[in-house]
Design a binder for this molecule. Structure first.
Ligand SMILES: Cc1ncc(COP(=O)(O)O)c(C=O)c1O
Length: 428
């Protein structure tokens, strides 16, 4: 049966075979093939899912038609998307990407710190900094790399990093890579965070990290209490705005605008692959922090610059946000309300979401798979989220609604989700 990515990875990596040393192979003590057991395990799982016709990963999109996609010849309404404001094929952004390629070519001369910086990269970083209200910004090659590099660069020996338990894998991996102590606090539990901060040595550098909007459940980080606590314990706060840029706040500027607390985050992280239709990730902060990262974050210093097309698209996307975010956000809010209300009206549990990330809770993995198959077979592109990505018994479909969906689109999807839920016995 098909699983989500995390489960695929977990189950395809069972305990290594007891004897990795095969005396019969090339003489006593010679190592037998040390990696094939895990490669074979993954191979078998993928093959089984494909044979069961329940493998929904890597479906190639062949054509876009607003929020609809053509994949393997079938037209499906996309709900497995992060393009919250529907900017994926915005004409101004597409034109900017083309113009940048015409002017600078397809690639760059390499890493930013040596020959790879274009005037356009500097412009891109200024544009981001201005939009999110900071002195400066640094752009890395992906959101994942941004978290990995920034956390591991800041948190050295003797420091402590405190990470919300539901944080994204890139934050977790950044904490693992950091040389300091890695602590986790219970999801959005400020008392637990305080307990852990209290126990840390006073002299340790302390970094608290959280997603602004949690990517599996769609709820929002308790920023006001976290800021107060960080001040009290002399800790820095880093917030990942992957799912809040363009989504939270009247003008889409994210969680600080949502709580009316401008400037309260020390290390402001965001991705350029969700509301912003490009690739990359940024840290925005004061000049000194950004200068420090530009010269010490290894994934920035030793990795090539973003191509001109992407930098051009990103700059224009922020200008489009300035011009259109308010209007698009209103449509998005209307769609989120219509979608969640519609799901709840037929009896679905949508968990704790208050954002476009809408979990449709179903409990068992098999049920999530059955519903996914029904939806995919009936024209809705949605994917399941299964343990260990979420807790045991908390399997769900994750359906992200966007400003590109029309009310008619959402009603179509609601009919399919309802039929799928009835068939699987999730709702009556
Ligand atoms: C909260 C969060 N942070 C970081 C990332 C990584 O961003 P990117 O896909 O741009 O590398 C993601 C990706 O989904 C995410 O959800």
């Amino acid at each position: 049966m098909v699983q989500n990515v995390a489960e695929f990875q977990a189950q395809a990596a069972p305990a290594p075979p007891k004897a990795l040393v095969d005396p019969a192979h090339n003489g006593v003590g010679a190592a037998c093939d040390p990696f094939s057991w895990k490669i074979d395990a993954m191979w078998d799982r993928v093959a089984q899912a494909q044979e069961d016709n329940t493998y929904y990963y890597f479906q190639p999109v062949e054509e876009l038609d607003g929020p609809w996609v053509i994949t393997e010849g079938k037209r499906k309404l996309m709900f497995a998307t992060y393009t919250y404001l529907g900017l994926l094929n915005h004409p101004r952004i597409v034109a900017a990407a083309k113009a940048a390629t015409d002017k600078y070519g397809a690639g760059t001369h390499g890493v930013r710190i040596l020959g790879g910086t274009l005037d356009m990269h500097a412009q891109m970083e200024r544009t981001i900094a201005e939009f999110v209200g900071r002195d400066d910004a640094i752009v890395y090659s992906s959101g994942y790399v941004t978290n990995l590099a920034t956390i591991s660069t800041l948190v050295g020996r003797g420091d402590c990093v405190f990470s919300n338990k539901w944080n994204h894998a890139s934050i977790v991996d950044g904490c693992v890579l950091a040389r300091g102590e890695f602590k986790r606090f219970r999801h959005n539990d400020i008392d637990d965070l305080e307990r852990q901060l209290r126990r840390a040595p006073e002299s340790a550098g302390k970094l608290v990290v959280a997603d602004a909007v949690f990517s599996m459940d769609g709820d929002i980080f308790n920023l006001p209490d976290a800021v107060e606590l960080c001040h009290r314990y002399n800790a820095w706060l880093m917030v990942d705005e992957a799912h809040s840029l363009g989504v939270l706040g009247a003008t889409g500027r994210g969680i600080e605008e949502h709580f009316d607390m401008p400037g309260c985050i020390d290390v402001k992280m965001g991705t350029l692959s969700k509301t912003i239709p490009g690739v990359g990730g940024y840290i925005a902060g004061d000049h000194k922090l950004i200068t420090f990262l530009r010269h010490t974050a290894r994934a920035f210093v030793f990795s090539a610059a973003l191509p001109p097309s992407v930098a051009g698209a990103i700059i224009e996307a922020f200008h489009v946000l300035e011009d259109e975010a308010v209007e698009r956000k209103e449509i998005l809010s209307r769609n989120v309300r219509h979608f969640i209300d519609g799901l709840q009206a037929v009896g679905f549990d949508t968990g704790v979401t208050v954002t476009p990330i809408v979990p449709i809770m179903v409990g068992k993995e098999g049920t999530a798979m059955q519903m996914t198959k029904y939806c995919q077979d009936h024209g809705v592109f949605v994917l399941p989220v299964l343990p260990p990505a979420v807790q045991e018994g908390a399997a769900r479909l994750r359906a992200n609604v966007t400003a590109a969906h029309s009310i008619a689109d959402i009603d179509f999807a609601l009919d399919i989700f309802t039929a799928a839920g009835r068939e699987a016995g999730v709702i009556g």
